[in-house]
Ligand binder design. Structure first.
Ligand SMILES: NC(=O)c1ccc[n+]([C@@H]2O[C@H](COP(=O)([O-])OP(=O)(O)OC[C@H]3O[C@@H](n4cnc5c(N)ncnc54)[C@H](O)[C@@H]3O)[C@@H](O)[C@H]2O)c1
Length: 374
């Protein structure tokens, strides 16, 4: 018998009414520091979620510049505030995404939690381990959602890889290799991008026992606030497995580039630039290739491949009590701990054991950064 074609069979872009989504509790959301990442990733990701019937409302954004603030307010039909505290005071909010400058992340996130607002805070969660720990403890104490940005965990090639590591064929891996490359004219090598790879190393391999790093300041004209511009970190995981992470802030300017390799028993996988996942086995060569189709397809969206849509969706569902967070404030703490441990290893020129004592680590990191001549 011929199958009856329904509307949903034609719903290539998933825009047809979806009762399962539309019936969920509405979440009133604001963004603190609506700059580059908010305007290019979060706001489009939220609009895509709304297009597929997710009940989430962009209530307000804060940022200092008036022309940008008014533009966003007009584009997204929300309010703009120059002053973040005024926004938090006046608006009734369920959730806030914190995308301001790194050094203000903990202050902004804490101000939300104090008002019983759930928070998703961009990476790095803080620029101090003491402050990061205090923030995570505060959220736990208040019983509120604190998630931190590990958008790669929601990016489709990494989602597939996680399945393959958890359920086969590349189970119980022995070796993780991650690479991150973004030529920076300013900014901080590890906090800017490599922190994502540190997070992924924990996501795939579990907790870390120790790190040992070697770095070089090769090209003095770049990366002004950081003592090295290229480095390699070797990692020992508590499972006994090992890893290496390469990080370059000099090699490519026009876009970030990243690669992950995970080695198992008689098989391994690679993920090239958050795009192509290949699983190999020693008998047959490549046994599975996942490559998103970028042309004219539901997976066209960078915010979806970049993981921002999945991240926001997970945040909303956790607030509703309908899902578990795939990344928590504490994951942000541990990713930043790996950044600091790498810095301490560069300073001491020796292996550094984890966990770090937050206040001792902060003070050594500050002294080291000051003592380096940039
Ligand atoms: N997850 C990722 O892949 C990714 C990529 C880029 C940036 N980031 C992170 O996102 C954050 C923002 O980066 P960006 O590139 O969008 O920077 P940006 O400078 O474009 O945006 C930051 C915004 O914060 C605003 N701001 C500054 N002080 C403020 C205050 N007191 N109150 C409210 N707003 C304030 C600025 O006006 C600016 O608009 C950083 O923490 C960065 O590390 C993450």
């Amino acid at each position: 018998m011929k199958k009856k074609i329904t509307d949903s069979d034609h719903d290539l872009y998933k825009i047809n009414f979806n009762m399962g989504r539309a019936g969920k509790r509405n979440i009133r959301l604001a963004i603190i520091g609506a700059g580059g990442i908010a305007q290019t990733k979060y706001l489009p990701a939220i609009m895509r979620l709304r297009t597929i019937w997710e009940p989430v409302e962009i209530v307000a954004v804060s940022r200092r510049s008036e022309d940008q603030g008014k533009k966003i307010a007009k584009l997204y039909g929300c309010s703009w505030y120059k002053n973040t505290d005024e926004m938090l005071e006046k608006e009734k909010l369920d959730a806030v995404i914190v995308t301001g400058p790194d050094k203000l992340h903990t202050e902004h996130a804490k101000n939300c939690l104090r008002r019983n607002i759930n928070v998703l805070v961009e990476k790095p969660i803080a620029r101090s381990l003491v402050k990061a720990k205090e923030l995570c403890e505060y959220a736990d104490e208040k019983g509120l959602v604190l998630m931190t940005v590990a958008n790669k965990r929601y990016s489709l090639p990494y989602v597939h890889a996680k399945e393959i590591v958890d359920h086969g064929p590349v189970t119980n891996p022995s070796l993780f290799c991650g690479k991150f490359n973004l030529k920076l004219l300013q900014g901080s090598l590890l906090e800017s991008g490599t922190i994502h790879i540190f997070d992924l190393s924990r996501y795939f391999m579990g907790n870390v026992k120790s790190v040992h790093a070697l770095g070089v300041k090769k090209y003095k004209e770049y990366n002004l606030d950081y003592p090295v511009d290229n480095l390699v970190t070797t990692i020992e995981f508590t499972s006994g497995s090992v890893g290496t992470i390469y990080s370059s802030s000099t090699a490519l300017r026009f876009k970030p580039w990243e690669r992950i390799e995970i080695y198992g028993n008689s098989n391994w996988l690679s993920i090239d630039d958050q795009h192509e996942l290949i699983v190999y086995d020693s008998e047959q060569g490549p046994i599975k290739i996942f490559r998103p189709v970028f042309t004219n397809c539901a997976y066209f969206y960078d915010e979806e491949i970049g993981g921002f849509m999945g991240l926001v969706e997970n945040f909303l569902e956790v607030i509703r009590g309908k899902d578990k967070p795939r990344t928590t404030g504490w994951d942000g703490y541990h990713a930043y701990e790996l950044v600091v441990a790498t810095q301490l290893s560069l300073n001491r020129r020796e292996e550094v054991e984890l966990p770090l004592d937050p206040s001792e680590a902060d003070s050594e990191q500050t002294k080291w950064l000051k003592s380096c001549k940039f």
